[in-house]
Write a protein that binds this ligand. Structure first.
Ligand code: ADP
Ligand code: MG
Length: 317
C-alpha cells in the first residue's frame, strides 16, 4: 500500500517498546528502547504519511506510584489520574526527543507535539463494580490487608504477592480530539492518549473529573484512530502478530483475516485476556466502524506491516 492509499495512520506502541521486562527503567534505557520504533516512524513521515502515535505506560506509571509512596512522608502523594498525566508527559518527551533526532538524521524538520489526553469513561461502566486491572508493584499480605481495610481492592497473584487492582472501563470519547485533529491537519506528528489516556467522568457539560482507573491503551488507541478518521490503525507489540493455538504445537500465525474469521477465533478463546484480547477487540472495532484495515505486528516490522508484508491484517468486510 502506498502513500495514496493511506494518509493518516495511528500507531500504538506496546509497553515493551519503551521499557523491557527485567530492565530497571533508567532514563537512558528507555530512551534507547524507543530508538528503533522512532527510526521507522521517521521513515514514514519522510514518505509523507501523517502519523499519530499512542503508547502504553504500565511500567512507567508503576515506578511513579512507587516514587509517590516512598516520598509520601516528604511531599503529598498524587492520585492515579495525575500519575497517568505525569507518565504521558515523561514518555511524550522521550518520544519527541528521539523522533526529532531520527527525523533530523533524514533531513526532515517535522513538528512534533505531545497532547496530555483525557478519555471520558461512563461512571456506570460495570468495571467500577469489579476492579481487575493490576497497577503498581507487588506487596506483602499485611500491606494489602491494611489497604483493603481502607477501601482499596487488591488481589493475590499465586506466586508473586499482592497487587492493587483498579477498574478498567471502556473508553467513550477523547476529550482533546478536536485539538489533535487541528494539529494533524497542520502536519504535526501528534503523540496522544498515552497509557490509554487519563480516565475522566463528565460531571456536567464539558466539566470533567479524573477517576482512579486504567483504560486499556489499545482500546483507547482505537477510539483515537476512529475519532480522527485514521486510514489505518496499527498496534505494535513483542510478537509477530496474532496466533491461533498460541504456544501450542499447532500454533499458527494469522496473516490477513476477515472480521468474521477473527470473531470466531475470539469466541473460541484463542486470545489471552489482558494481552492479545484487547488488541484483537480494538482492531475489530476499528475495521467494523471505519471499513479501514487494522494491523497487529512486531515492533521492528512497522514498515513491512504497512505494506501488508508482515503482521496480522484485519480486512474490513
Ligand atoms: P503490549 O505491551 O504490547 O500491549 P501485551 O503483553 O499486552 O503487550 O500483549 C502481547 C502479548 O500477547 C504477547 O507477548 C503474547 O505473549 C500474548 N498473546 C496472548 N495470546 C496471544 C495470541 N493468540 N497470539 C499472539 N500473542 C498472544
Ligand atoms: Mg498490553
Amino acid at each position: 500500500m502506498g502513500k495514496k492509499d493511506v494518509e493518516k495512520i495511528v500507531i500504538a506502541l506496546g509497553g515493551n517498546a519503551i521499557l523491557q521486562p527485567g530492565q530497571r527503567g533508567t532514563y537512558e534505557e528507555q530512551l534507547k528502547n524507543v530508538e528503533r520504533a522512532c527510526e521507522q516512524i521517521a521513515e514514514l513521515v519522510v514518505k509523507g504519511f501523517n502519523i499519530v502515535l499512542t503508547h502504553g505506560n504500565g511500567p512507567q506509571v508503576g515506578n511513579i506510584l512507587i516514587q509517590n509512596e516512598q516520598g509520601a512522608k516528604l511531599v503529598p502523594s498524587m492520585p492515579l489520574d495525575v500519575c497517568g498525566a505525569q507518565s504521558q508527559g515523561m514518555i511524550g518527551y522521550m518520544l519527541q526527543r528521539t523522533l526529532k533526532k531520527a527525523l533530523a538524521n533524514m533531513g526532515c524538520k517535522a513538528e512534533i507535539a505531545t497532547i496530555i489526553t483525557q478519555v471520558v469513561v461512563d461512571r456506570q461502566d460495570p468495571s467500577f463494580g469489579n476492579p481487575s486491572k493490576p497497577v503498581g508493584p507487588f506487596y506483602n499480605e499485611e500491606t494489602a490487608k491494611a489497604k483493603m481495610a481502607a477501601g482499596e481492592s487488591w488481589i493475590e497473584d499465586a506466586n508473586r504477592g499482592w497487587r492493587k487492582v483498579v477498574p478498567s472501563p471502556e473508553p467513550q470519547k477523547i476529550v482533546e480530539a478536536e485539538v489533535i485533529k487541528k494539529l494533524i491537519e497542520a502536519g504535526v506528528l501528534v503523540i496522544a492518549s498515552g497509557g490509554g489516556g487519563i480516565p475522566v467522568v463528565e460531571e456536567s457539560d464539558g466539566v470533567y473529573r479524573g477517576v482512579e482507573a486504567v483504560i486499556d491503551k489499545d482500546l483507547a488507541g482505537q477510539r483515537l484512530a476512529t475519532e480522527i478518521g485514521a486510514d489505518m490503525f496499527i498496534i505494535l507489540t513483542d510478537v509477530p502478530g496474532v496466533a491461533i493455538n498460541y504456544r501450542k504445537e499447532n500454533e499458527s500465525w494469522l496473516r490477513a483475516v476477515s472480521l468474521e474469521e477473527i470473531r470466531r477465533y475470539e469466541a473460541e478463546g484463542h486470545f489471552k485476556k489482558g494481552s492479545m484480547n484487547p488488541k484483537v477487540k480494538a482492531c475489530l472495532r476499528f475495521a467494523e466502524l471505519t471499513n479501514k484495515p487494522a494491523v497487529i505486528a512486531s515492533l521492528d516490522k512497522l514498515l513491512e506491516a504497512i505494506e501488508g508484508k508482515s503482521g496480522t491484517r484485519f480486512l474490513p468486510s
